[in-house]
Design a protein around this ligand. Structure first.
Ligand SMILES: [Zn+2]
Length: 327
C-alpha cells in the first residue's frame, strides 16, 4: 500500500509468464470512495488477487464506487463483467473505448477490412491473409468479452476520483492516464512500461482511416514528460520512479530505431513486409501483427519528417528516400 495525504493506493500485481511480467491494476481509496483503475485479465488468478486485496484491507465489492479504464485492451478490462455481475458499478473510459468495449459489430467488421487492405498494400501476401483469418476468428471468440452495462465517456480536462484525465493516444487510440498533481502520482496504463517498449499498435479510427499511432505516441510521451511525477503506476511490471528519465530513454530508442529503418530503406528494401523481415527476422512470422505495426508506425513517422516517400505500384506501397521535387 502507498499512502499520501489521506489517500491510499493498493497495487494488485498478478504475475504472468508473458514478457509483460505482471498484470497491474490499482485500488485507490480516498474520503470514503474506492475506485478501481483498470481491471486485469479475465482469469481466476486476477479475480483471486483482486478479491484477496479487497478483503485483506477490509473492503467488499459493495464498497467499490467506480471502475476507471486506461484503455480497452483485454488485459485491462478483464474483471469488469465479473464485478458488474455482482453489483452494477459505473465504468469510465475514453469515448473511443466505448465501441471497442461494446464490441460494436459494424466497427469490428470495418476493422477487419482495414487490416485486410493494409496488409495487402504493405506487401504481406499470405502472412497477411493468415492474420486476417485470425482476426475474424477473434471477432467471433471475443463476443463473450463484450462489456455489459453503461460506460461513461472521459476526455482531456475531465476529473474522475480526484484525478485529472489526460488523453495519451499512441499505444492505443483510446489511451488515458490519470494524474494527481499534489501527490505527484500518475496512473499510466500501458503508456509506459519500465522493462519493455509500449508498442504503438496500428489501428483504424471509427471511419476506417489509419491512425498515425507512433506519431501520436511520441506526442503523448512529450505531453506527459513535463509533469512532475514521483510514482507512475504502470499497467505491467514495476512501479516507475524515474518517469522523466524513462521518457527520455524511450524517445531516444524511437529515434535510433527510426534511423535504422531509414538505413534499410536507403539500401533499397522498399516494402513494409520486406523491411519487417529484414529488421525483425524470424519474429516476422511469430509476432506478425506487432512487427508490422512497428514497421508501419516507423514508416509513417519517417514520411511525416519528409525523410521518405511512397509510391503505389501494383497495389503495393513502396518506400524510397525522400527527394524534393526538381532536385
Ligand atoms: Zn495495452
Amino acid at each position: 500500500m502507498i499512502s499520501k495525504e489521506g489517500c491510499s493506493v493498493y497495487p494488485i500485481m498478478v504475475p504472468t509468464h508473458y514478457s509483460l511480467r505482471t498484470f497491474n491494476f490499482y485500488l485507490i481509496e480516498e474520503a470514503g470512495s474506492l475506485s478501481l483503475i483498470d481491471a486485469g485479465v479475465d482469469s481466476e488468478e486476477c479475480w483471486g488477487a483482486f478479491i484477496r486485496m479487497m478483503s485483506e484491507n477490509g473492503f467488499t465489492l459493495h464498497d467499490l464506487t467506480r471502475i476507471i479504464i486506461t484503455h480497452s485492451h483485454q488485459d485491462h478490462v478483464g474483471l469488469i463483467n465479473r464485478i458488474s455481475s455482482v453489483r452494477e458499478i459505473p465504468v469510465y473510459a475514453h469515448k473511443e473505448s466505448i465501441h471497442r468495449l461494446k464490441r460494436d459489430k459494424e466497427f469490428l467488421s470495418l476493422r477487419v477490412a482495414f487490416f485486410q487492405q493494409l496488409y495487402q498494400e504493405m506487401g504481406c501476401g499470405t502472412s497477411g491473409e493468415r492474420q486476417v483469418q485470425k482476426l475474424k476468428e477473434d471477432v467471433r471468440e471475443n463476443e463473450k468479452n463484450k462489456i455489459r452495462g453503461d460506460i461513461l465517456p472521459l476526455n482531456d480536462f475531465n476529473t474522475v476520483a480526484g484525478l485529472q484525465v489526460i488523453e495519451t493516444p499512441g499505444h492505443s487510440p483510446d489511451h488515458l492516464v490519470f494524474f494527481h498533481e499534489q501527490r505527484k502520482w500518475l496512473f499510466i496504463g500501458d503508456h509506459l512500461i519500465s522493462h519493455m517498449s509500449s508498442n504503438a499498435l496500428v489501428e483504424p479510427d471509427r471511419t476506417g482511416r489509419r491512425i498515425m499511432t507512433l506519431i501520436q505516441y511520441v506526442d503523448s510521451l512529450k505531453k506527459c514528460s513535463s509533469l512532475d511525477i514521483e510514482i507512475a503506476f504502470s499497467g505491467h511490471g514495476e512501479l516507475i520512479r524515474n518517469h522523466k528519465e524513462l521518457v527520455m530513454t524511450k524517445l531516444s530508442r524511437i529515434h535510433k530505431r527510426a534511423d535504422m529503418i531509414l538505413l534499410l530503406v536507403a539500401s533499397g528494401i522498399s516494402t513494409a513486409a520486406e523491411l519487417a523481415v529484414s529488421y525483425f527476422k524470424e519474429l516476422y512470422q511469430r509476432e506478425f501483427s506487432l512487427v508490422m505495426s512497428e514497421i508501419i508506425g516507423y514508416l509513417d513517422y519517417l514520411e511525416m519528417q519528409n525523410k521518405i516517400q511512397k509510391e503505389l505500384k501494383d497495389e503495393i506501397w513502396h518506400y524510397y528516400i525522400y527527394k524534393a521535387d526538381g532536385v
